[in-house]
Design a protein around this ligand. Structure first.
Ligand SMILES: *[C@@H]1O[C@H](CO)[C@@H](O)[C@H](O)[C@H]1NC(C)=O
Ligand SMILES: *[C@@H]1O[C@H](CO)[C@@H](O)[C@H](O)[C@H]1NC(C)=O
Length: 279
């Protein structure tokens, strides 16, 4: 068979009546055509050596975050881990996995295998201080009685994130925020959505990690230089950046250093954000 992926859509419409095996081979070609799938850089074995304890009884998210749902979610974001050199691709994936690990960490200083072997231990925030409803936001109004607390690998929070994430991914984030902690593939998709999406004035985490970040004058004045520290600034800079030796920032860095080693790639410069102003 010698049809290209671009013929797939046209073919599919009649192939439906002919043979499901054509559809299957077409679908898998479509995925390959968008670049090698993430599984060539993150094998099942590597995933499990990164997240050594995610399925322990001690972890509330036990058995929730599966390798297959991670890979499935990445198919919706074909540019993730797929821009630039092999090192750049591995570094971006290591940075993403490190940030979601900090957000869901069950680790502590003397934990078995060290504090950075405990990513993906939680799927929802345990003692939220509020419902994370910004009622001044009229574009994404809170639904009565719903909590927009941290859920999923990136701990998606606030109505103004649940609304647009759901719109982009095909669920009702305002009426049904709980689904982020009920469906593993939706959970991973929300984390990738946050990672890939530019939310002005912030750049996307993806663009920072693949060298596509172009600082504005204001960014330069605020020391917002490309590197893993800037990704931390995008995710939670208001609470963590611009202050020396912040414990959360150090935890994020610790995860990244361990994962970069497992991916056999260097971390790049500017791991910290202690000299950066937040957005
Ligand atoms: C999510 O799961 C909980 C129980 O684990 C259930 O009570 C709730 O209805 C579920 N919500 C959705 C949106 O599936
Ligand atoms: C930028 O970093 C320098 C140290 O490298 C620091 O002295 C300065 O205060 C920082 N500027 C801002 C706006 O944080």
């Amino acid at each position: 068979m010698a049809f290209s992926a671009s013929n797939c859509l046209a073919l599919l419409s009649f192939a439906f009546f002919v043979s499901s095996s054509i559809i299957l081979s077409c679908a898998s070609r479509g995925i390959e055509a968008r670049g090698s799938p993430i599984s060539s850089l993150v094998s099942r074995e590597l995933f499990h050596s990164i997240f050594l304890h995610k399925d322990d009884n001690a972890c509330p998210a036990k058995d929730f975050y599966t390798y297959d749902s991670f890979v499935e979610a990445t198919r919706h974001f074909p540019n993730f881990g797929n821009a630039g050199s092999l090192s750049t691709r591995k570094r971006e994936i290591a940075a993403f996995l490190a940030q979601i690990s900090h957000e869901t960490t069950g680790g502590w200083a003397t934990a078995p295998d060290g504090p950075y072997a405990w990513g993906l231990c939680f799927k929802e925030e345990v003692s939220p201080q509020s419902d994370y409803c910004d009622s001044s936001n009229k574009e994404w109004p809170c639904y009565p009685g719903k909590s927009y607390k941290g859920r999923g690998p990136i701990q998606l929070s606030w109505n103004y994130n649940y609304g647009p994430a759901g719109k982009a991914l095909g669920f009702d984030g305002l009426r049904n925020p709980e689904i982020v902690a009920n469906s593993s593939s939706i959970a991973f998709k929300t984390a990738l959505w946050f990672w890939m999406t530019v939310q002005k004035p912030k750049p996307s985490c993806h663009n920072v990690m693949v060298g596509r970040y172009v600082p504005t004058e204001a960014d330069i004045a605020a020391n917002r230089t490309a590197g893993y520290g800037l990704v931390t600034n995008i995710i939670n800079g208001g609470l963590e950046c611009g202050r020396p030796n912040n414990a959360q920032v150090n935890d994020r860095i610790g995860y990244f250093q361990r994962y970069a080693q497992l991916f056999n790639v260097n971390t790049g410069p500017n791991l910290d954000c202690e000299n950066q102003k937040s957005y």
